[in-house]
Design a protein around this ligand. Structure first.
Ligand code: HEC
Length: 504
């Protein structure tokens, strides 16, 4: 594996963590004494015991002194990984709703389920909540439901994707994707914006993560692969992911009206721009929410067992509870493997220059039967969607779809995520291989373990083994069996390269 050499400090911390030692003790002794209340002392002792588990909370943060002098009104992200040991008994109520017959009702119920206890005011649109409080999306404070984080996302190996990635320390944001000119609307002219995201997983997913990370120093990589007993996430698994962007900056003359009106804004310690190695504190606005659900009704032959859905933020909806300004955009339970989009006529505006012209209207492809786009939602900003107008969010490209990308998730990542990275053209029959319905828990390339549609898990395992290999200064024979790809979600550069190849 490639060397993981972030900083000598990071390596020392890692070695300490691999040895199961709490890494804060030395640092704490070196600090001048601060007077803590009895409750704070207890909390500190608890967290030190917790840190001994070996999962760092985040990878990038302002210094403690800067935090105390300038940002003490901001939350500090803490990773929640006290996964349940038993499979939860109560499945989410929304599983009673038929996602094919009542897709809008289903996706709204998933939103309510994800907000319960995680959002101040839950899903009541009338409870005033501008979103800024750190009490939102903090699973430690949820009194009615158990939610968790996926560990080991704090770093990206030097050869990995995204550049200078890894999670930050205010909100736990992971660096996600670049934004191109016009991607978010006609008045978004600059193209150096980025997307950052933070995902919570429910107790069903948490149960699988407990099995995988039961020994934090040696994850069980078989847990999500159907070839092994009990492999795969259980029915009832829910992921809920909030995506934020630093667009638009008015100083650049940019406007994205649905993000600027009543924005839901968090601070993040993010890279200056997509390729920059330098981190700064910047405002990020809620843009999108993605959900994925392991639903038994999607286990029908020919489907994959998962349902994916997305919401787009529109502040013009004007709900006092700003989280409720997330407007349903679409739901998909399959890739419609039979439906190609010849010559990309359906794909507004163009596959290889996806954002050449801004999208002014959401176009529905009537041939798609395994997804629904809520184009008639009054408040849905115009969506560019995915390939052949399959479901994709504003943060995604027009060359794939939620499920087309996610069904590739595995460890090690041998299968490519999107067709455009492989040089294949839509006219090539191999293009449609990317739009198959792969069953859950089935490895997209049999030489890797399935991570059951979860890229966070695929990334976590990649990061863990890269770091462990570096810390132990050794390699494993298995690494030589199949070559590994970075978990690369494709960006404007890939599209440009594909366009050049297309012209040839
Ligand atoms: C081109 C690839 C790609 C596309 C398209 C894509 N995703 Fe993802 N998704 C990722 C990657 C990589 C991650 C892991 C990094 C992160 O958390 O952001 C991820 C993370 C997630 C997660 C967190 C759970 C997990 O580990 O996978 C959810 C939920 C999710 N995506 C839903 C969606 C939905 C819904 C869509 C469509 C609207 C979508 N994704 C489109 C690549 C993609």
């Amino acid at each position: 594996m490639k060397a993981y050499n972030k900083t000598p400090g990071a390596l020392a911390l890692l070695l300490a963590s691999l040895a199961g030692i709490s890494m804060t003790v030395e640092a704490q002794l070196a600090k001048p004494a601060v007077k803590l209340t009895a409750a704070q002392s207890l909390e500190k002792l608890r967290s030190m015991k917790y840190e001994g588990l070996g999962f760092p909370d985040f990878g990038f943060m302002v210094t403690p002194a800067e935090y105390r002098s300038t940002y003490s009104d901001q939350p500090i992200f803490k990773l929640k990984t006290d996964f349940p040991k038993k499979l939860p008994s109560k499945k989410p109520d929304f599983l009673d709703i038929d996602f094919q017959k009542e897709p809008l009702k289903y996706i709204e119920a998933v939103r309510a389920y994800a907000f319960e206890g995680n959002v101040i005011g839950n899903s009541d649109p009338n409870v005033p909540n501008d979103g800024t409080s750190g009490d939102n999306w903090n699973p430690f404070l949820n009194k009615s439901a158990q939610w968790y984080h996926i560990p080991w996302l704090h770093m990206t190996p030097p050869s990995g994707f995204p550049p200078n990635g890894g999670t930050e320390g205010f909100r736990g944001f992971i660096k996600e994707a670049p934004i191109s000119r016009y991607q978010l609307g006609p008045d978004q002219l600059s193209d150096d914006y980025s997307v950052y995201a933070i995902t919570l997983v429910n107790d069903f997913a948490g149960y699988s993560m407990g099995k995988m990370w039961g020994d934090p120093q040696m994850p069980d990589v078989t847990v999500l692969d159907k070839r092994f007993p009990g492999g795969g996430f259980p029915i009832g698994t829910v992921f809920a992911k909030l995506l934020f962007t630093d667009a638009p900056e008015t100083s650049k003359g940019d406007k994205v009206d649905y993000l600027e009106t009543n924005p839901l804004t968090w601070k993040g310690y993010i890279t200056k721009d997509w390729n920059s190695p330098t981190r700064i504190v910047k405002d990020l606005h809620l843009l999108q929410m993605d959900i994925s659900v392991r639903d038994a009704r999607a286990d029908q032959p020919g489907l994959s067992g998962w349902v994916f859905g997305t919401f787009v933020y529109n502040g013009k909806v004007g709900n006092p509870n700003r989280f409720m300004n997330l407007v349903p955009s679409g739901l998909m339970w399959g890739n419609d493997p039979q439906v190609n989009a010849p010559n990309q006529v359906i794909n507004a505006p163009n596959l290889y220059e996806p954002f050449k012209k801004p999208v002014t209207k959401t176009t529905v492809n009537p041939d798609l039967k395994q997804s629904v786009i809520f184009a008639d939602q009054k408040h849905l900003p115009p969506q560019h969607l995915g390939y052949g107008n399959r479901l994709n969010g504003p943060a995604d490209l027009t060359t794939s779809s939620c499920m087309s990308c996610h069904n590739a998730a595995q460890f090690p990542q041998i299968a490519p995520l999107v067709a455009i990275q492989t040089g294949i053209k839509p006219s090539d029959p191999k293009w449609m291989d990317f739009f198959k319905n792969i069953p859950c828990g089935k490895a997209s390339d049999p030489n890797g373990y399935s991570t059951d549609f979860s890229f966070q898990v695929a990334m976590a395992l990649t990061n863990f083994f890269q770091a462990k290999s570096e810390a132990l200064q050794g390699q494993w024979s298995g690494e030589y069996i199949a070559s590994e790809l970075p978990i690369h979600r494709a960006g404007p550069d890939d599209v440009k390269k594909a366009a050049q190849a297309h012209e040839k």
